[in-house]
Design a binder for this molecule. Structure first.
Ligand code: ZN
Length: 344
């Protein structure tokens, strides 16, 4: 038991180090570590290459998750039948329907995964609905056209990977978002990356105003300080906090949720929610405190992540089923169904 725990801790440390080493320019799913007030996109010299992150990085980034899915695995996962557990018992791991709040189908994935194949993978993982965004938005529209029942489009403010690092200082981004936005189709703006100080930029102010005007979510990849700034900048803004800060501690996440009722958090790439086979006690306590404010997610930020959607959600279900059934059901899909209910 001690050995298993030690192994988990080592894996978690490796994961944290790997993720911390990546600037947002190179790795979409990576945390942003910068001095408060430093200029956008300068996480590390040369970090913003615009190159797709390597598959090796992706594999290491998934160190805390279970082994990658093999083609054979996909056929063994029964698509979920219903969201609500019947009879008050936690459903078997393979039958809990999920609403995945963090899927990308960006240009670098298009040649390897056809829209048909991407949808097939999502369904094989038992995902009933997914928030999908992409760089550029065309990928999202392709998946949405194919599976409007499954895909809930989000509008990413990036035209290409090059936008990730400096987009908050580029006023042409606003015109792109406004001209690409489809009322009644897109349900939010994001996922986008911000750091402390970005909220004051004209770009973020314009997009926040647009989100409030059009009743859209802001899906923000940010640390606890930057997400608090965004939430505080206008209490009417509804913020979906990507990765719950990715490297923010459960205590820091709790502080954000305590202080900002307009924030909900999704748990993509949060390998620390479960150690070996046991849900982390601090996270468990937080889920019980705020059962209505967490969503699950994957983050297919690089093509190789598509191979981990199925296995990643086997792991998601493994910790969800350690929660009371009503809480598990809410976090698995109920919260997202409520928050992203189709507009009337
Ligand atoms: Zn992402």
């Amino acid at each position: 038991m001690r050995t298993a725990r030690l192994t988990s801790l080592v894996l978690a440390v490796v994961l944290a180090v790997v993720l911390a080493g990546c600037g947002r320019g190179g790795v979409e799913g990576a945390p942003v570590f910068r001095e408060p007030g430093s200029s956008t996109g300068s996480a590390a010299p040369g970090a913003r290459t615009g190159e797709p992150a390597s598959g090796k990085q992706a594999d290491r980034g998934n160190a805390a998750a279970s082994a990658a899915a093999t083609p054979a695995d996909r056929g063994n996962v029964a698509p979920a039948a219903s969201t609500t557990p019947a009879g008050g018992t936690t459903p078997a791991a393979g039958t809990l329907a999920l609403f995945d709040a963090h899927i990308h189908y960006s240009q670098d994935a298009w040649s390897q995964y056809t829209p048909e194949r991407a949808i097939e993978i999502l369904r094989a993982a038992g995902i009933r609905k997914a928030l999908v965004s992409s760089t550029p938005d065309t990928g999202t529209q392709r998946l949405h056209a194919l599976a409007p029942d499954l895909v809930v489009p989000m509008l990413r403010p990036y035209r290409s990977r090059d936008d990730i690092g400096a987009w908050t200082r580029d006023p042409t981004v606003v015109a792109y978002v406004e001209s690409t936005f489809r009322r009644g189709v897109h349900r939010g703006i994001g996922e986008f990356h911000i750091v402390t100080g970005d909220v004051a930029t004209p770009v973020i102010r314009a997009l926040t105003a647009m989100a409030i005007r059009e009743d859209l979510w802001l899906h923000a990849h940010a640390d606890e300080h930057a997400v608090a700034e965004l939430a505080r900048s206008d209490r009417r803004a509804r913020v979906l906090w990507a990765h719950a800060g990715l490297s923010s501690t459960p205590q820091a996440v709790r502080a954000v949720l305590d202080a900002h009722p307009n924030v909900v958090a999704e748990l993509a790439l949060r390998g620390d929610v479960m150690w070996a086979q046991d849900i982390d006690p601090s996270w468990r306590e937080l889920f019980l405190r705020y059962p209505d404010r967490f969503l699950v997610g994957t983050d297919t930020w690089t093509p190789s992540r598509w191979e981990e959607v199925v296995s990643g959600h086997e792991r998601t279900r493994a910790w969800l089923t350690q929660l009371p059934p009503d809480v598990a059901s809410k976090i698995a899909s109920g919260n997202a169904e409520r928050l992203f209910a189709p507009p009337r």
